[in-house]
Write a protein that binds this ligand. Sequence first.
Ligand SMILES: [Zn+2]
Length: 441
Amino acid sequence: MSCDHTQRRWSNLRKVLERSGPFCRPDFEPSTDNLHMLLDHCRVLVVGAGGLGCELLKNLALMGFRHLHVIDMDTIELSNLNRQFLFRHKDIGFYKAETAAKFINARVPGCNVIAHNCEIQTKNEAFFQSFHMVICGLDSIVARRWINGMLLSLLTYDNGELNQSTVIPMIDGGTEGFKGNVRVILPGMSPCIECTLDLYPPQVTYPLCTIANTPRLPEHCVEYVKVIQWPKENPFDCAIDGDDPQHINWIYEKSNDRAIQFGIQGMTYRLVQGVVKNIIPAVASTNAAIAAVCATEAFKLATSCSASLTNYMVLNDLDGVYTYTYEAEKRKDCLACSQIPREIEIKDSKYKLQNLIDLLCERPDMQMKSPGLTAIIDGKNKTLYMQMVASIEERTRENLSKTLVELGLRDGSEIYVADITTPNTITLKLRFLQGENSANQ
Ligand SMILES: [Zn+2]
């Protein structure tokens, strides 16, 4: 590659990186070094090689980031090809990360994308520590929360002061249909994913009684067939396979019968498929817009050439085009980024361990998945309940129906919670609202 070619290739970046301007951050110094830093040193991890991931890799590679890693455990399916544009028909069945990396490496001279075809949870701290920033293009909230927890666990403090060199920024993009958001997170400094967890709506589920007795939506009819009719009639002697057209057709016909019976309109094959496979509709242009913002923020963070997004941007293309940026706030008792144990108020002495576990899963600010609980009781470490390991689950199952008091927990007791939403242990503090507290009310 000739020097001249290189010069022209990056001439637009040089205009931004070698001149000062009114939007530059105070620590920005115009210099030819800025471009070298971007091209030769900046290491970026892209999490997810799906709709957002493909866009992100392309954007970053064309912007001059050349040390990219991408991690994704999924393989390519036919239905991905309309928007995950680094993949072709011949790639179906191959790993997304690997295929995306090959495509970029072949297409963008000088760019080196390294693929990791695995779950993020299989990577250790040293892996994440080796990057200057992490960009998430995920459709899973659990995975996002886990990355958030991992980056927070890498922080170190000197005499209570955050050591800023341990901060690895996280840029998080998310899309759902025509809506999207981008946030820039400086772990330990700005609000983290868990600080604003209650912004995520709980997963849509339909109450069984509605599905069975008073269906009003086509979705209710599909759910009925899926949850009740399929297991009863077992038409193909196997579990539902959302990719098998015969299965979807059967569900479609039965759902349609039920919709007609209840006078419900709008049943389509596509809707059935969507409900059965739990598909979030993906719109290529939303992904493109959100990935573009993420890549721009990455460039700004890497070079200091402009101030970062503070700190939460939403995009809504549903009716017209709407974007808005606001500053989310840190939650003082955030489960993930504060050092303060979250207090859980227990109003009833008959409160059972099962009630507590349900609370951890249902509260919008916690949304845990399968929490495992331990506590120190009478100076001994005791496992209260753990679902993930079958033998421990069996041994601790009887605790579920015991009250917290029976288990030896008292006002002020601390419970340590492990969950798939974070690599770290979370501390909860129990507050029993009895005796003098309730007498005051
Ligand atoms: Zn937080």
